[in-house]
Design a protein. Sequence first.
Length: 318
Amino acid sequence: MKWRTRVTELLDITYPVIQGGLAYLAYSNLAAAVSNAGGLGQLTAMSMSGPEQLRKEIQMVREKTTRPFGVNFAIGQHGRPFEKMVQTAVDEQVPVISVTGGNPKGVLEAVNGTGIKTLVLVAARRQAVKAQELGADAVMVVGHEGGGHLGRDDVGTFVLTPQVVDAVDIPVIASGGIGDGRGLMAALSLGADGVEMGTRFIATKECTHAHPAYKEALIQADETSTTVIKRSLKAPARALKNDWTTRILELEQEEAGYEGLRSYISGDANKTFIYEGQKGHGFGWAGQVASRIHDVPTVEEFFGRMMKEAEEIRTRWS
Ligand SMILES: Cc1cc2nc3c(=O)[nH]c(=O)nc-3n(C[C@H](O)[C@H](O)[C@H](O)COP(=O)(O)O)c2cc1C
């Protein structure tokens, strides 16, 4: 069965499925596996030490796949200059660059005229309209169910996606709460031309940076197992609930502010859990869709399963 949408055409991929940027987790193994399976895999640039590591990872993806892939820039969240790394991605002529977490203008300008396709991840209708005005080739729109950083208005994927579809002309990629063929078909029904998934790809064999305890926590999760932290900093983000996030929420109640929260929400606290599996000493981002994760397949097995489910739904509908 062919899966032809504006997103498969734009990105030259087989299935309209994109692996989202995954801070500290999305390196060449995962990105290449997703691209080889027919989706768009991505490297997460801002988790890399600098332009040289990014260049190496890009080259490693190219050794592992001939299919298109992307490089993701979460420009607001790491407090580090990203311009040089964007230039590295441009110099390397990567097929796709995605950007989120701040004003995408600078990145879109740097990429303009290079032939690289641009995706902007947004969390609100007005941001999608802005991204279109700035020249993005497509927008990805993440609803409140999603893992990691979210919009401030708590709007779910089911409402946000058609709102954005009706507001822009460029292709829309739905994100947040999607983890199987049912989710893909629901997103396409809402008018999206594809889906982006984050949490689901953590629980795959090729996400080698994620500690087994993190993957196991995703498998054990139900629909109430995540919580939103950093709301008090106006940067809400969804993580697996544990003693560490409970402490963060208490500190937020006590109006601890950025300085009081800093060590609790740092990249090091994130890595202590996701790399070392120490539950009591760190946190891991995850979306509500963790409740739909029951195993750790290879990326290829996962794609086979998801697309079979989606195809069965298509056949039933027709
Ligand atoms: C562990 C984790 C790390 C993330 N890091 C990034 C990131 O660096 N850049 C980015 O654009 N999005 C990031 N996201 C968001 C995802 O790309 C994606 O939009 C989100 O996970 C979609 O929701 P889902 O988890 O329900 O699939 C992250 C999400 C998770 C779960």
